[in-house]
Write a new protein. Sequence first.
Length: 121
Amino acid sequence: MANVMIADDSEQVRLTLRDMIEAGKHKVVAEAVDGFDTLEKFESAKPDVLFLDVAMPKKDGMETLIELMKSNPKPKVIMVTAHDDMDLIQNCISVGALAYITKPFDTDDILNAISFAFEEK
């Protein structure tokens, strides 16, 4: 069982992700609505995996990812995006994201991403 955090400005996406994560017997330990909220909640939640939306208000996912990657140990971050922009995706991976999933996604996509995060060292 993984402790998972969800960061997405869409309440509907957060609810959908929560349902999919819990269907896989994982636990959602925190939710955030923007980058500032993510950074604030991340330390206390101590998630095993973070699903981080690329496009969020105030502080986007890329800025948030860069700040998170400065921590030790490095968090396991899966980027979530509605845009299949290969440059953006490669930038996220180069900064430290483990993987990305594109919207719309299904339960298998989410559970496979969590499994992949645990396979990575």
